[in-house]
Design a protein. Structure first.
Length: 223
Protein backbone atom coordinates (compact mmCIF):
# COMPACT_ATOMS: atom_id res chain seq x y z
CA UNK A 1 0.00 0.00 0.00
CA UNK A 2 1.08 3.59 -0.53
CA UNK A 3 2.36 5.28 2.64
CA UNK A 4 -0.04 7.55 4.50
CA UNK A 5 0.95 10.86 6.07
CA UNK A 6 -1.02 12.13 9.06
CA UNK A 7 0.00 15.67 10.11
CA UNK A 8 -0.39 16.19 13.85
CA UNK A 9 -2.27 19.32 14.86
CA UNK A 10 -0.43 19.21 18.17
CA UNK A 11 2.18 21.26 16.29
CA UNK A 12 -0.38 23.56 14.65
CA UNK A 13 -1.64 26.96 15.80
CA UNK A 14 -4.60 26.11 18.02
CA UNK A 15 -6.09 29.56 17.42
CA UNK A 16 -6.30 28.82 13.68
CA UNK A 17 -7.15 25.14 13.47
CA UNK A 18 -9.45 25.40 10.45
CA UNK A 19 -6.73 27.25 8.51
CA UNK A 20 -4.10 24.80 9.72
CA UNK A 21 -6.18 21.88 8.50
CA UNK A 22 -6.54 23.57 5.10
CA UNK A 23 -2.77 24.12 4.98
CA UNK A 24 -2.09 20.37 4.79
CA UNK A 25 -4.26 19.69 1.75
CA UNK A 26 -3.30 16.34 0.30
CA UNK A 27 -2.71 14.78 3.72
CA UNK A 28 -4.21 11.33 4.15
CA UNK A 29 -5.37 11.76 7.73
CA UNK A 30 -5.31 14.61 10.24
CA UNK A 31 -3.90 13.36 13.54
CA UNK A 32 -5.54 14.75 16.68
CA UNK A 33 -3.80 14.14 20.02
CA UNK A 34 -6.27 14.14 22.90
CA UNK A 35 -4.47 14.38 26.26
CA UNK A 36 -6.04 14.65 29.71
CA UNK A 37 -3.09 15.58 31.98
CA UNK A 38 -3.51 12.23 33.75
CA UNK A 39 -2.44 9.48 31.38
CA UNK A 40 0.22 11.86 30.04
CA UNK A 41 1.53 15.07 31.66
CA UNK A 42 -0.11 17.44 29.19
CA UNK A 43 -3.58 18.82 28.46
CA UNK A 44 -4.61 19.48 24.87
CA UNK A 45 -8.13 19.34 23.47
CA UNK A 46 -11.21 17.19 23.51
CA UNK A 47 -14.42 16.21 21.79
CA UNK A 48 -15.90 19.71 21.26
CA UNK A 49 -12.82 20.78 19.28
CA UNK A 50 -12.89 17.54 17.29
CA UNK A 51 -16.54 18.17 16.40
CA UNK A 52 -15.63 21.64 15.19
CA UNK A 53 -12.73 20.28 13.14
CA UNK A 54 -14.99 17.74 11.50
CA UNK A 55 -17.08 20.63 10.16
CA UNK A 56 -13.99 22.48 8.93
CA UNK A 57 -12.14 19.78 6.96
CA UNK A 58 -12.82 16.78 4.78
CA UNK A 59 -9.50 15.16 5.74
CA UNK A 60 -10.31 12.04 7.80
CA UNK A 61 -9.61 12.60 11.49
CA UNK A 62 -7.27 10.19 13.27
CA UNK A 63 -7.96 10.67 16.98
CA UNK A 64 -5.25 9.41 19.34
CA UNK A 65 -6.66 9.26 22.87
CA UNK A 66 -3.95 9.56 25.50
CA UNK A 67 -6.43 9.49 28.37
CA UNK A 68 -6.96 7.42 31.49
CA UNK A 69 -10.55 6.32 30.80
CA UNK A 70 -10.94 5.56 27.09
CA UNK A 71 -13.74 3.11 27.89
CA UNK A 72 -15.87 6.08 28.91
CA UNK A 73 -14.90 8.59 26.22
CA UNK A 74 -13.66 6.88 23.07
CA UNK A 75 -17.02 5.96 21.56
CA UNK A 76 -18.04 9.63 21.49
CA UNK A 77 -15.23 10.39 19.06
CA UNK A 78 -16.36 7.57 16.78
CA UNK A 79 -19.99 8.67 16.95
CA UNK A 80 -18.97 12.24 16.14
CA UNK A 81 -17.41 11.08 12.87
CA UNK A 82 -13.72 10.44 13.53
CA UNK A 83 -12.36 8.05 10.91
CA UNK A 84 -9.93 6.24 13.21
CA UNK A 85 -9.95 6.25 17.02
CA UNK A 86 -6.86 4.95 18.81
CA UNK A 87 -6.79 4.00 22.47
CA UNK A 88 -3.81 3.00 24.58
CA UNK A 89 -3.30 -0.60 25.60
CA UNK A 90 -2.06 0.62 28.98
CA UNK A 91 -5.36 2.41 29.70
CA UNK A 92 -8.19 0.41 28.12
CA UNK A 93 -10.02 -2.01 30.39
CA UNK A 94 -11.26 -4.45 27.74
CA UNK A 95 -9.46 -3.95 24.42
CA UNK A 96 -11.53 -6.51 22.51
CA UNK A 97 -14.82 -4.95 23.58
CA UNK A 98 -13.41 -1.51 22.80
CA UNK A 99 -12.58 -2.50 19.22
CA UNK A 100 -16.07 -3.92 18.73
CA UNK A 101 -17.71 -0.80 20.15
CA UNK A 102 -15.64 1.54 17.98
CA UNK A 103 -16.55 -0.48 14.90
CA UNK A 104 -20.23 -0.43 15.88
CA UNK A 105 -20.02 3.36 16.21
CA UNK A 106 -18.68 3.65 12.68
CA UNK A 107 -14.93 4.17 13.16
CA UNK A 108 -11.78 2.22 12.54
CA UNK A 109 -10.21 1.01 15.79
CA UNK A 110 -6.58 1.61 16.72
CA UNK A 111 -4.46 0.30 19.58
CA UNK A 112 -1.30 2.09 20.69
CA UNK A 113 1.54 1.10 22.97
CA UNK A 114 4.08 3.24 24.79
CA UNK A 115 7.82 2.70 24.25
CA UNK A 116 8.11 0.55 27.38
CA UNK A 117 5.18 -1.74 26.51
CA UNK A 118 5.89 -5.07 24.82
CA UNK A 119 4.11 -5.87 21.56
CA UNK A 120 3.74 -9.58 22.26
CA UNK A 121 1.54 -8.94 25.30
CA UNK A 122 -1.11 -7.46 23.00
CA UNK A 123 -1.09 -9.73 19.96
CA UNK A 124 -4.42 -11.38 20.74
CA UNK A 125 -6.12 -8.02 21.21
CA UNK A 126 -4.57 -6.59 18.05
CA UNK A 127 -6.36 -9.20 15.96
CA UNK A 128 -9.52 -7.14 16.56
CA UNK A 129 -8.01 -3.80 15.49
CA UNK A 130 -7.46 -1.97 12.22
CA UNK A 131 -4.41 0.09 13.17
CA UNK A 132 -1.46 -0.45 15.47
CA UNK A 133 0.29 2.72 16.65
CA UNK A 134 3.89 2.38 17.80
CA UNK A 135 4.94 5.38 19.87
CA UNK A 136 8.46 6.41 18.86
CA UNK A 137 8.67 8.93 21.72
CA UNK A 138 7.23 8.96 25.22
CA UNK A 139 3.70 10.29 24.69
CA UNK A 140 2.74 13.71 26.00
CA UNK A 141 4.57 16.41 24.08
CA UNK A 142 5.45 17.21 20.49
CA UNK A 143 8.95 17.94 19.25
CA UNK A 144 10.68 15.03 21.00
CA UNK A 145 13.59 13.06 19.56
CA UNK A 146 12.79 9.90 17.60
CA UNK A 147 13.64 6.63 19.40
CA UNK A 148 15.21 4.34 16.76
CA UNK A 149 15.12 1.37 19.14
CA UNK A 150 11.33 1.29 18.66
CA UNK A 151 11.87 0.11 15.08
CA UNK A 152 12.24 -3.43 16.37
CA UNK A 153 8.53 -3.34 17.31
CA UNK A 154 7.69 -2.04 13.85
CA UNK A 155 9.72 -4.81 12.20
CA UNK A 156 8.06 -7.42 14.40
CA UNK A 157 4.60 -6.10 13.56
CA UNK A 158 5.46 -5.96 9.85
CA UNK A 159 6.51 -9.59 9.92
CA UNK A 160 3.27 -10.59 11.63
CA UNK A 161 1.24 -8.70 9.03
CA UNK A 162 3.22 -10.12 6.12
CA UNK A 163 2.79 -13.68 7.41
CA UNK A 164 -0.94 -13.26 7.99
CA UNK A 165 -0.90 -13.31 11.78
CA UNK A 166 -2.13 -9.72 12.02
CA UNK A 167 -4.21 -7.53 9.70
CA UNK A 168 -3.41 -4.03 10.87
CA UNK A 169 -2.04 -0.84 9.43
CA UNK A 170 1.21 -0.03 11.24
CA UNK A 171 1.45 3.59 12.33
CA UNK A 172 4.38 5.44 13.94
CA UNK A 173 4.14 8.64 15.95
CA UNK A 174 6.90 10.74 17.46
CA UNK A 175 9.91 12.52 16.01
CA UNK A 176 8.97 11.69 12.42
CA UNK A 177 10.81 14.00 10.02
CA UNK A 178 12.67 13.96 6.74
CA UNK A 179 15.62 12.48 8.66
CA UNK A 180 13.75 9.68 10.43
CA UNK A 181 10.91 8.67 8.14
CA UNK A 182 13.31 6.54 6.10
CA UNK A 183 14.09 4.36 9.13
CA UNK A 184 10.41 3.93 9.94
CA UNK A 185 9.54 3.10 6.34
CA UNK A 186 12.36 0.58 6.02
CA UNK A 187 11.18 -1.09 9.24
CA UNK A 188 7.74 -1.54 7.71
CA UNK A 189 5.48 1.30 8.87
CA UNK A 190 2.46 2.18 6.72
CA UNK A 191 1.31 5.46 8.26
CA UNK A 192 3.47 8.29 9.58
CA UNK A 193 2.37 10.95 12.06
CA UNK A 194 4.41 14.13 11.63
CA UNK A 195 3.94 17.32 13.59
CA UNK A 196 6.69 19.91 13.56
CA UNK A 197 8.16 18.47 10.35
CA UNK A 198 4.96 19.57 8.61
CA UNK A 199 3.78 22.62 10.51
CA UNK A 200 7.18 24.27 10.83
CA UNK A 201 7.66 24.08 7.06
CA UNK A 202 7.06 27.12 4.85
CA UNK A 203 4.65 25.03 2.79
CA UNK A 204 3.01 22.35 4.96
CA UNK A 205 1.28 20.71 1.99
CA UNK A 206 4.60 20.36 0.17
CA UNK A 207 6.15 18.90 3.33
CA UNK A 208 3.40 16.26 3.39
CA UNK A 209 4.11 15.34 -0.23
CA UNK A 210 7.87 15.19 0.40
CA UNK A 211 7.46 12.94 3.43
CA UNK A 212 5.15 10.61 1.51
CA UNK A 213 7.62 10.38 -1.37
CA UNK A 214 10.49 9.62 1.00
CA UNK A 215 8.50 6.89 2.74
CA UNK A 216 7.57 5.38 -0.61
CA UNK A 217 11.21 5.26 -1.66
CA UNK A 218 12.25 3.39 1.47
CA UNK A 219 9.28 1.18 2.30
CA UNK A 220 9.20 -2.64 2.35
CA UNK A 221 9.96 -4.25 -0.96
CA UNK A 222 11.86 -1.25 -2.32
CA UNK A 223 15.23 -2.34 -3.67
Amino acid sequence: MAPLIAPSILSADFARLADEAAAVRGADWLHVDVMDNHFVPNLTLGLPVVKSLLKATDIPLDCHLMITDPDRWAIGYAEAGAYNVTVHAEAVADPVAMAANLHAAGAKAGLSIKPGTALDDWLDALRHYDTFLVMTVEPGFGGQAFMPEMMEKVRRARNLVDTGHLRVMIQVDGGISADTIEQAAEAGADCFVAGSAVYSAKDPAAAVADLRASAARHGPGVA
